[in-house]
Design a protein around this ligand. Sequence first.
Ligand code: HEM
Length: 455
Amino acid sequence: MPDARAPAASRTPAPGPGALRFILGARRRGFLAHVGELWREYGDTFQVRIGGRTLLFVIHPDAVERVLVSERDNYDKRASYDGVRRYLLGEGLVASTGELWRRQRRLMAPFFTPKSVQSYTEMILRDGAQLVERWSGLAKRRAEVEIDHEMAAVTASIILKAMFSAETMESIPPMKDAIGTMISFADAQGGVILPLWLPTAKNRKYRAARALVHRSIDEIIARRRRTDESQWPDDLLTRLMKARDEQTGQAMSEGLLRDESLTIFVAGHETTATTMTFAWYALAANPGVAERLHEELDRVLGGRSPTANDLRQLPYTLQVIKEVLRLYPPAPFYARDAVDPGELGGFHVPARATVLLSPYYTHRHPDFWEHPERFDPERWTREREAVRHGHAYHPFSGGPRVCIGNSFSLLESQILLAQLAQRFSPRLRAGYRPRWQMRGTLSLTDGLPMTIEPR
Ligand code: HEM
């Protein structure tokens, strides 16, 4: 979509609907769909003013690059992530800013490089193998399951093991539920915040959930501190506990250790669960793609379980995942706050505007994607990737604040898809029509009921 409407003068405000129309449209059509309508109407840069606040939507990859890379000092995460910081993640990496973020990122980056995350391969393979077992039983009965629940369970188990090893296995379900309560609460705040001490049912439930989560993590850390360092398991928590800032020699405080652990869990499991859920939907809806995937898996694995060494020989499996992340990015929007006035797409950006970047719509931009609505893993050959605009694809954001877990997530998704698609071909319920919306992450409104069929 060309930005033909963009005038040269950057004092010109971006076009856009009035607040009432935006609110009613979002209520009637859902936020995600309504933003798509506005994109078609106004072009790549548009805004809405609500309650004295400017929401500026930018879709064009050039603008994405400026916000995330070349002009990033003017676009921070202070105001937009206030609720997340207060109610959910504290000063963990997703929500922290400034010097604290820089130090923490420096400390944690080495644990998430493509090479480092390979150390989790065996653990992911073991969890995947357990799911293969479970699905074998279901396949015998041609049982129908909610695939989104299946994927949420396996990704939660994987990230908790990567973080805390086996110590937490018995506490996974209560911790997962409690974190779910915290997420819903933080979500529901939407900027209007009730004092937490008010004994409303919701507040009490939230406070109990937060206490349980914090207590569980604090106990794991304390238990570890009581044993000799040489006995600590090789997991992310140990790496965080042993990490020392190279400039100051300082270790992380107990509070930060807890905030970072919680951040990794929250940021790292639902997103991957969503990716895997949409992968099953996309494969069922595109039999030609499923066939190519099965051909690769059969040729490379010949019926045996995959190992770490096989993954490089499974490029198409990874291409399927990348295409899922294009059409169904788990984080369809994310935000930045303008510090000083600026200009994007030829329009004025007021200071303190909330700038909304949208992988969901950038990934559908017809100037950068041929037949954008088509599910086509062939887009991800090395040659075609090499000539694409560097910011036409940003499911993991970009620049210095790019998702730290992207290699972990791609590794996990590739392994799970290889293990499960090698053996099963889940089938959509007859008459199932997918509808999706943004509910924190992108999610299928009616879940994803599928019958587990053996291949
Ligand atoms: C398909 C899976 C995933 C997707 C689509 C995804 C997406 C994103 C996006 C869009 C951001 C930027 C948010 C913003 O700047 O507002 C982000 C940041 C982050 N993600 Fe992920 N993520 C995924 C998996 C993971 C995993 C597995 C982990 C941890 C193991 C993780 C940990 C983080 C952290 C800590 C940040 C903050 C990084 C920083 O600001 O320095 N994510 N992710």
